[in-house]
Design a protein around this ligand. Structure first.
Ligand code: NAD
Length: 333
């Protein structure tokens, strides 16, 4: 089918574009290139523009006879969202509203949306299931929860069906090393560990080593980006098969600690990872991992890769693309 992918030049979007093409779909990408890179598209058609540009969205839907929408485009920094809340509400929530409205005008009635496990805040129970209360603890998380509501009401009022995929921690790079994460835009643990190991920044700060976990450090659910991409392809198919609007956790169901990530990186790279044990960071939940029961049942999805593959692919990518994508050089470091 013909699919419009917003934010397709970004990290998760670019891996999903490849997975869609491998499954036989025709893809066109809409991306502002604010944090994405043209090279990550490996020649896939790209319209450079904003999701809030309704005329452009409608034109793309018409020109490419779009049947489904996969919506990644958003700002994603929790810290920045607390500094510039209205910027996040405008891009992530108002942008989603404008996009979905414009696409619906052109008859696009199936949407897969990038949500986040952060909508659960500090989950009341572990593993986190979809039935857990939605209690965002940051502006970023609130924008995801609000966008899910926009989609829910677009179903109720306009029949637009959607799957909100609540990602846990996306990580790793494509196994053929063709695309990966541009770390100029990443504040997550694994890119930070890679940067430190490659001498591109100081030691990794490990926030808290006295938690009630086996090694004392926090535990998160890391999911390989190609597994995440596969979940999008399946979610789109689910909607085309008549599936109802839903929200699904996309995580492996197992957690790895900060020290697990560091030790695995040391083993894979053959280098020491410089790190400092520092105090706990306020607001960090101790352990977060998904209950993936519903996504397995609904999409028939199971992750294929574990932490070793995540770290091996991330190491291969970062150590051979030390300056990221050429078009993004100088955007940070
Ligand atoms: N990386 C993670 O672990 C993670 C976890 C949970 C949810 N998410 C969500 O997944 C999505 C993709 O994340 P990512 O890690 O690939 O981020 P990314 O920054 O690499 O990709 C986002 C892309 O969207 C584009 N974009 C942003 N605003 C736009 C706009 N108004 N119009 C057009 N394009 C715009 C950017 O240029 C970029 O290419 C985001 O919605 C993010 O919130 C990511």
């Amino acid at each position: 089918m013909n699919v419009l992918v917003t934010g397709g030049a970004g990290y998760i979007g670019s891996h999903t574009v490849r997975a869609l093409q491998a499954a036989g779909h025709r893809v066109v990408v809409l991306d502002s290139l604010e944090t994405g890179a043209r090279e990550a598209l490996l020649g896939t058609p790209l319209a450079v523009g904003d999701i809030a540009d309704s005329e452009l969205v409608r034109q793309l839907c018409r020109d490419h006879a779009i049947q489904g929408l996969i919506h990644f485009a958003a700002y994603k920094s929790v810290g920045e969202s607390m500094q510039y809340p209205t910027r996040y509400f405008r891009n992530n929530v108002a942008g989603t509203s404008a996009l979905v409205e414009a696409a619906a005008h052109e008859g696009v009635q199936r949407v897969v949306f990038s949500s986040s496990c952060s909508v659960y805040g500090t989950p009341a129970q572990m593993p986190a299931a979809e039935s857990a209360p939605i209690q965002p603890e940051s502006v970023y998380a609130e924008t995801k929860a609000m966008s899910e509501q926009v989609l829910r009401w677009m179903h109720a009022t306009h029949g637009v069906r959607s799957v909100s995929l609540r990602y846990f921690n996306a990580a790793g790079a494509s196994l053929d090393n063709a695309i990966g994460e541009d770390w100029s835009n990443a504040a997550n643990l694994i890119p930070l560990v890679m940067k430190a190991t490659l001498g591109r920044q100081g030691p990794v700060q490990v926030f808290g080593a006295d938690y009630p976990t086996p090694d004392g450090t926090c535990i998160r659910d890391y999911i390989h980006v190609d597994d995440l991409a596969d979940a999008h392809v399946r979610a789109l198919q689910y909607l085309f098969d008549g599936g109802a609007t839903t929200a699904l956790n996309v995580g492996t169901g197992t957690g790895s600690s900060v020290l697990d990530v560091i030790r695995t990186t040391e083993r894979v790279s053959g280098r020491p990872v410089p790190y400092d044990l520092v105090g706990r960071r306020q607001g960090d939940p101790v352990t977060v991992f998904a209950d993936p029961t519903l996504v397995r049942a609904t999409l028939g999805w199971t992750p294929q890769h574990g932490l070793d593959t995540i770290i091996e692919s991330a190491w291969r990518w970062h150590s051979t693309h030390i300056d990221g994508y050429p078009s993004r050089r100088g955007s940070d470091g």
